[in-house]
Design a protein around this ligand. Sequence first.
Ligand code: ZN
Length: 340
Amino acid sequence: MAVKYLDYYKILGVERDADAKKIKAAYRKLARKWHPDLHSGKKREEAEEKIKEINEAYEVLSDPEKKALYDRLGPNWKNGERVDSSGFGDGVFYRSSNIDPEDLQGFSEFFSSLFGAEPGRQSRRASYRSAPVRGQDIESTIELSLEEAYHGLSKSITLSTAAACPECQGSGFVGRGFCRRCGGTGSISEARTLQVRIPPGVHEGSSIRLKGQGGEGLGGAERGDLYLQVHILPHPVFTLRGRDLETEITLRPEQAVLGDRVTVATLDRQLTLKVPPGSRSGQKLRLKGKGMPARQGENGDLYARIKIDLPRDLSEEEKELYRQLAELRAPRQAERGVAE
Ligand SMILES: [Zn+2]
């Protein structure tokens, strides 16, 4: 049985005199890069092979005894050299036939030959030993209607998260052409649906944190968090200004002149608003505490902006009254003109 010599230093990309710290750092970097959970399709198969080699190299180079043996024998190994018990005279290791196959699952034949039957030692089963890496935090936007922001709700949202394109394994190319599935970008989006509870009174730009709904963790580490930034959509009736709301009320001229009581709609009910006599167009009347609900402190206010609408369909009688008004008004208007 021909056993191929494996250069563990080369696999980890370190010099032969690298210290334990450097070896560990190189291992962690590679293990992260080639973690199979980060790859899919053919690339995943490649990653599974790579990670096996990387784990094995680290298994040897991080263990002083194994490293010493490997270093001692290294130069005697040649590509394709036969390995049997008679090949090594000092009896430190044994033939691969002595190995408990269970203990060597995932290790190369080279490793098995070298360390498999070491007396009194049990080889650890190969596993992904990369240090656990917490998943990434993901930021996204959630769009809410003003009503939804005002009342709060439980809303299901669909997020698309990027994943390596299975067609081209994330390379963006198939053969010599661009990958059609991903348009050459190497990534596709995967849809994920989540239920999100929105508290009443969230404001524009605030962030809702969903613990553990971010990127997947590696090596059993927890997932990252998902941060949803709130964007409140424009509303046909109300304008949001910070925590205050603004709306428009339309008055007839006589209502503005004489004052009146009018009905104003808020986001959850109808209110009666007292319009004082002599109200002007563009003036804002405040309804205290009727704006956006506050989670802490005081609610925002609702402002009703006055718009005076001039009637166009006047009857003869109404026109006559306006003429009378005009006549009554004329002398006083002239007085003011002289006074000024
Ligand atoms: Zn692709």
